[in-house]
Design a protein around this ligand. Structure first.
Ligand code: GAP
Length: 457
């Protein structure tokens, strides 16, 4: 099976590589994402989500969950365990097919993906011409269940969340009394021993997936595939991702995963080129049939009305939550000029931004700090807020711009007299005076009406 990394061709070109470096630096400086175990020098391709990063990730997760479960009466959730019976991965084909072809350098022991080096040429690390022939390398992480190494059961960390939904298909269907078509949505960690782990959080060994398995009658699979492809493509634009940065790309016959009858990627134009954000797959009855064969358990479905018994097809939508975080950050990142000064701004959709409203007193004295605190405490019932009384007001705005806070409320002397405040909009930097009593409604409306300014506006 070609892995995602293999399917992607290196299509770098005019792309802005500096953007990635600036973003990585911003993420570290402002507490979005830190290198893992940095005090020990870090761990390749592992990242920790700091206070703002976890807030952003949770927002993207919650929006996906709402979109994929709450808005449907026939899609339910599941949280299957990461560790599963080893036969799951035998049946799913991952033990035999989930491989990357790798070469090793006999001299310095560096390891490379065979399709990314000249295997007859010198080692990119040490320069000696000592590369081995390509060998298939399974990408699943293996470990042991039980206290004795070698004495217990060899198991795997799951490389996708999907299998949890297949092996629970019958339990979910019967306990929830669902009729086909219906879906099982799941968010959770997945692990792949990836060799190509550059590009920040784009491809990591430990990541989170958000997957829907939608079980349909085989005759309806093509229709549902199109339905979900369109719906998922539109979804990113609702999140505020620029349409020009998104495209759909059908897989060629030779790049589809072993389970897929049809596959199409939603791609985003990253600074290193167009690459997969989400995959939509028609997995046919491959997975359920495999689990029926290997487990000996019946996973077919009976239509009570027509009395037809069949193995449903699965239409899957599969996206990396952590990759969505990267897309939100990259797509939002902008540098512009405000009153002759350059600023960095994250144009995140207000529903995505980690903090929705910043609240500042113009000055700390004369009771303004107390009033601003009071307003912030009221707003935090409805929104994620941040109170800041330190430094010049312009600098406080910039600090919020840089982390994507769409609205800032400032409390000034007039506020004491007439119970009004100013609300300042991140993208336009315009300010508006509003009665305190209308603040919650005003922010809510601005969130609903939000439209990102066109480039150059
Ligand atoms: N269940 C199907 C499946 O796992 P996939 O195309 O291999 O399909 C789905 O993965 C999504 O998971 C990808 O589109 C990508 O967003 C994300 N993903 C895959 N490997 C990843 C990795 N190593 N790091 C971060 N995200 C990854």
């Amino acid at each position: 099976m070609p892995t995602e990394a293999q399917r992607v061709t290196d299509n770098r070109g005019a792309a802005d590589r500096g953007l990635m470096e600036r973003l990585v630096s911003l993420c570290k400086r402002r507490g979005f994402i830190f290198p893992s175990s940095e005090v020990y020098g870090g761990l390749a391709s592992a990242w920790d989500y700091g206070p703002l990063g976890v807030a952003l990730k949770n927002r993207l997760r919650d929006l996906w969950w709402r979109e994929m479960t709450q808005l449907h009466d026939n899609i339910v959730g599941l949280d299957a365990s990461i560790l599963m019976h080893p036969q799951v991965w035998q049946a799913s084909g991952h033990v035999d097919h989930f491989t990357d072809p790798l070469v090793d350098c006999r001299n310095c022991k560096s390891r490379f993906r065979a399709d990314q080096v000249d295997i007859a040429g010198p080692c990119p690390t040490c320069g000696k011409t000592e590369l081995t022939d390509p060998r298939q390398f399974n990408m699943m992480f293996r470990t042991h269940l039980g206290p004795v190494e070698g004495g217990g059961t060899e198991i795997y960390l799951r490389p996708e969340t999907a299998q949890g939904a297949y092996v629970n298909f019958k339990s979910v269907q019967q306990s929830s009394r669902l009729k086909v078509p219906f879906g099982i949505a799941q968010v959770g960690k997945a692990f792949r021993n990836e060799i190509t782990t550059k590009s920040f959080i784009f491809r990591t060994c430990e990541f989170e997936q958000m997957e829907l398995q939608y079980f349909v009658h085989p005759d309806d699979a093509d229709r549902w595939f199109e339905h979900w492809r369109e719906r998922r493509f539109d979804y990113y634009q609702q999140l505020g991702i620029r349409a020009a940065k998104l495209r759909l790309r059908p897989h060629a016959d030779d790049e589809r995963a072993h389970y897929a009858r049809a596959a199409e990627d939603i791609e985003y134009e990253f600074p290193f080129g167009w690459q997969e954000l989400e995959g939509i797959h028609n997995r046919g009855d491959y997975d359920l049939t495999q689990h029926m064969t290997v487990s000996g358990k019946d996973l077919s479905y009976l239509n009570e009305e027509t009395k037809e018994r069949y193995v449903p097809y699965v239409v899957e939508t599969a996206v990396g939550l952590t990759r969505t975080v990267l897309v939100a950050l990259l797509d939002g990142y902008a540098e512009d000029e405000v009153e002759g000064e350059s600023r960095t701004v994250l144009r995140l959709h207000p529903r995505v931004a980690p903090i929705t409203v910043g609240v500042f007193p113009l000055v700390k004295k004369d009771g303004l700090a107390e009033l601003a605190r009071d307003i912030e405490e009221e707003l935090r019932e409805s929104f994620a807020t941040f109170y800041d009384q330190g430094g010049a007001i312009g600098r406080r705005y910039r600090r919020q711009d840089e982390i994507g806070t769409p609205f800032c409320v400032t409390v000034d002397y007039e506020s004491k007299d007439d119970d009004t405040v100013t609300i300042r909009y991140r993208d336009s930097t315009e300010q508006e005076r509003v009665p305190r009593s209308e603040l919650v409604a005003k922010v809510r409306a601005a969130m609903v009406e939000y439209a990102r300014p066109e480039e150059g506006d």
